[in-house]
Design a protein around this ligand. Sequence first.
Ligand code: IMP
Ligand code: MG
Length: 181
Amino acid sequence: MLEMIKESDLKVLITEEELQNKIKELGKVLNEFYKDEELYVICVLKGSVMFTTDLVKHLKMPLNMNFIRLSSYGSGFTSTGKVNAVDISLPNLNGKNVLIVEDIIDTGLTAKFLIDFMHLNFKTKSLKFCSLLDKKSTRKTDIEPDYYCFQIENQFVVGYGLDYDGFYRNLPYIGYLETNE
Ligand code: IMP
Ligand code: MG
């Protein structure tokens, strides 16, 4: 049985305003990079749902939105270290500009799985990886995001799509649990 975290026990790490400002900035960078070229966005469910939907509202090119579902975390704080493809049905992405949108890069195993999957199945025109958060110190692969909004320390965060046992995804900010260490 996992213990519930009370929302009142959460400390704010990144405010809603900070998130929205950075996402708007990233939107500008992507508009500049892709100009008017068609873009296929892949939202990695469930964690990047908030980030993706806010980000695409700033994008001005012809945009095709896709959703895939993976899971790597078990329940709670610890990663299983194994990536499972729960639903990965995608259109034909040969010759397309593809942008994978993730909530967080932790070990990088999910990112590596996705990038390998794309290379194995498609000859894309371009393939970029974008993550809202980057937990740099816990990386177990040599994967780096092409774009990220915030680098964070090795701490478990929730909110704005990120969950603890399925909860807290709805929070408009990123929070963390303060421990007594
Ligand atoms: P990776 O494969 O270890 O890079 O982990 C990627 C996935 O683990 C993310 O897409 C999240 O779903 C989950 N994850 C990693 N760190 C956190 C966290 O601090 N809070 C909530 N989920 C996390
Ligand atoms: Mg995720």
